[in-house]
Design a binder for this molecule. Structure first.
Ligand code: ATP
Length: 307
């Protein structure tokens, strides 16, 4: 049976009459990199604040590491490392000093650990540089190092790549993948940079107006966003034979009403029409179909421009 790091049941947060998060059932499996996607104001941060114990839900339940209830929730929270909005850093301290201070607060005496975490995030050679002189990318990496201090099993990161330059984004992605693959850390990452999320997420949740619209895996997304040719022909059985005999493909589906969906040969519509005609198959229509990733997410998030 799948082991869930996090499950929420009907999780709801109301501010007065306004429902910021509405009846959300989220599921994150051990080992996932869960891409949490939504427009500005969709409810991502509120959801993350509830998951990390910073905000009390109005309704619903949170199960962390297969345990529910307040007492267990506190134990679960100790296994979470998080960056919510901007990491809280002391600007006049060095990276190492920031880590040392957090280590003391968490009761982690092991200073060797600090060095090794700074090495993981690529900040081991920054010497005496104070945080106020750090670039945004360095701050984010230090934020991640702080989140890693308690040796978490689950990292919860709210928009960690927001504002980073392309190079910083690539570095952050590599780092998160490394933590996931080599240390087995499950990661929840919210972002509105869809293209970037799709390079690392293994599961997605899309939130719109406080409601979790859909959850799906990376594999399911690939299928949903698959490009294909849709042909309506006079004789789908004969057309199938042409696809198999002439084009040597079995990568197609026959649908009702003599419609055939062809998942490869995407650039060969002309050749397909010619061969079908040669074999006395009439073509009533041929169209290239399939959403790209961005289009698909836009639909889920309620359409319109998404920056
Ligand atoms: N403390 C609060 N009091 C009242 N309303 C709030 C509070 N916190 C959030 N909201 C409202 O709840 C809605 C969801 O906000 P939230 O910050 O969770 O969205 P988000 O998806 O994280 O957006 P962004 O990407 O802009 O951070 C917004 O309309 C916001 O104004």
């Amino acid at each position: 049976m799948a082991e869930y790091i996090l499950q929420t049941f009907g999780l709801t947060k109301q501010y007065g009459n306004y429902t910021a998060v509405n009846n959300v059932n989220m599921k994150i499996k051990k080992g996932d990199i869960y891409g949490f996607i939504g427009r500005n104001g969709a409810g991502k941060t509120t959801m993350i604040r509830m998951i990390t114990g910073l905000v009390t839900p109005t309704k619903g339940e949170i199960e962390l590491f297969s345990r529910k209830g307040e007492k267990n929730m506190n134990a679960g929270l100790n296994r979470i490392g998080s960056i919510i909005e901007h990491p809280a850093l002391y600007p006049d301290f060095t990276g190492y000093e920031n880590m040392e201070l957090r280590g003391k607060l968490l009761g982690i005496p092991d200073k060797k650990m600090i060095g090794s975490i700074l090495e993981v995030v690529g900040l081991n050679d920054i010497g005496k540089k104070k945080v106020k002189h750090f670039s945004l990318g360095m701050r984010q990496r230090l934020g991640l190092a702080l989140a890693l201090l308690g040796n978490p099993d689950f990292l919860v990161l709210d928009e960690p790549i927001n504002g980073l330059d392309p190079e910083g984004i690539v570095e952050m992605r590599k780092l998160l993948k490394k933590l996931n693959e080599e240390q087995g850390i499950t990661i929840l990452i919210s972002s509105h940079i869809l293209g970037e999320l799709s390079k690392m997420a293994t599961r997605y949740g899309v939130i719109n107006n406080g409601t979790l619209v859909e959850e799906f895996t990376d594999q399911e997304l690939k299928l949903k966003c698959r490009k294909y040719l849709s042909l309506r022909v006079s004789d789908s059985a004969r057309a199938s034979m042409v696809l198999e005999d002439v084009f040597k493909t079995a990568n197609y589906e026959v649908m009702p009403d003599n419609v055939i969906l062809v998942y490869d040969l995407l650039n060969m519509s002309g050749e397909i029409c010619l061969e079908l005609a040669k074999n006395n198959v009439k073509i009533y229509s041929i169209e290239s179909k399939g959403d790209d990733l961005e289009e698909y997410f836009m639909k889920l998030m309620g359409g319109g421009h998404y920056a």
